[in-house]
Design a protein around this ligand. Structure first.
Ligand code: F6P
Length: 319
């Protein structure tokens, strides 16, 4: 019997709860002791360890957010913090730490593993910006939310004969804009991986306008360009009145859709089973439709690439 700890870290993502549930239930099924750590890595320093049982994770599979809470913990970026965290985890006799989070959280786990803590990480981020896998927990729910928002924005755009710039999250990864752009039938997308071609964007608005289109949705990844400036430019160059919608945190909330619940469940189970693995630091993820278990350091070294085939599809379908 081993003692397993689980925490959620960084930006929350829909499906984290399904992942916690899978970890706790698999651990109990296999005869392990399992504790939850509240508020991400900060909870280690604050001693927020709590025993988990079957009831602790009842009625959560469908809930957004994370019952354990999360944080962005600066202390984990310092040597002193890592050493302290290792000391506390060892005092608590943790045999395996399971971390649900994005790449910053995975880097924290890697540092802990270098100092002797066995870790397993699950990709839980709406950004889908981890190159070793293809379907991070929360990504599909966020696309669903964005796609629904695009539909609503299109209704009002069509009513007023306007353009709309819709800004989505994703940091350096354009997957949210790309997938939601296809699913929502946006006219143009701007993503960090592809050089920006504003002339093409203007051209599309003009073509649409000449064809009698009453809506023009331009989906952009955050931090790429000032959305208000772009709206002004579209208006000046095309004569189409253009508004801005920044979707913000509504993309991170909400009940996880089935795909995220299932992926989180499968990955949570696999993370517990990784305790038998020879490797002491692993990253788990869905790759080509199956669970992939890979050395954590290697996982972090794989650059996330945008799917150029899908980008091409987006271009073709939005003529
Ligand atoms: O990584 C998830 C994410 O939602 C990004 O898309 C976004 O840039 C960031 O988190 C926002 O972080 P915070 O919650 O710290 O504002």
């Amino acid at each position: 019997m081993s003692k397993i700890a689980v925490l959620t870290s960084g930006g929350d993502s829909p499906g984290m709860n399904a992942g916690i549930r899978a970890v706790v239930r698999t651990a109990i099924y296999d005869g392990h002791e399992v504790v939850g750590i509240r508020d991400g890595y900060c909870g280690i320093f604050n001693g927020l360890f709590e025993e988990m049982n079957l009831s602790s994770v009842a009625d959560i599979i469908h809930r957004g957010g994370t019952i354990l809470g999360t944080s962005r913990c600066d202390r984990m970026e310092r040597e002193e913090g890592i050493e302290k965290a290792v000391e506390i985890l060892q005092e608590n006799k943790i045999d395996l730490l399971i971390v649900l989070g994005g790449d910053g959280s995975m880097r924290g786990a890697l540092e802990l593993s270098k100092k002797g803590i066995r870790v397993a990480t699950l990709p839980a981020t709406i950004d889908n910006d981890l190159g070793y896998q293809e379907e991070s927990i929360g990504f599909f729910t966020a696309i669903d939310t964005i796609t629904e928002a695009i539909g609503r924005i299109r209704d009002t755009s069509s009513a007023h004969n306007r353009g709309n710039i819709v800004e989505v999250m994703g940091r350096k990864c354009g997957d949210l804009a790309l997938y939601a752009g296809i699913a929502g039938g946006a006219e143009s997308i701007l993503v960090p991986e592809i050089p920006m071609d504003l002339e093409k964007v203007m051209e599309k608005v003009k073509i649409g306008k000449n064809r009698g289109k009453r809506h023009h949705i331009i989906l952009i990844t955050e931090d790429l360009i000032d959305a208000e400036d772009l709206a002004k430019k579209v208006e000046e160059e095309t004569g189409v009145v253009t508004r801005v919608t920044v979707l913000g945190y509504i993309q991170r909330g909400g009940n996880p859709i089935i795909k995220d619940r299932i992926n989180a469940s499968i990955l949570g189970e696999a993370a517990v089973r990784s305790i038998k693995d020879e490797k002491t630091a692993v990253a788990l993820g869905i790759y080509k439709g199956r669970v992939r278990t890979i050395e954590l350091e290697e996982a972090l070294s794989i650059k996330k690439e945008i799917d150029l085939g899908l980008y091409e599809t987006m271009q073709i379908l939005s003529i």
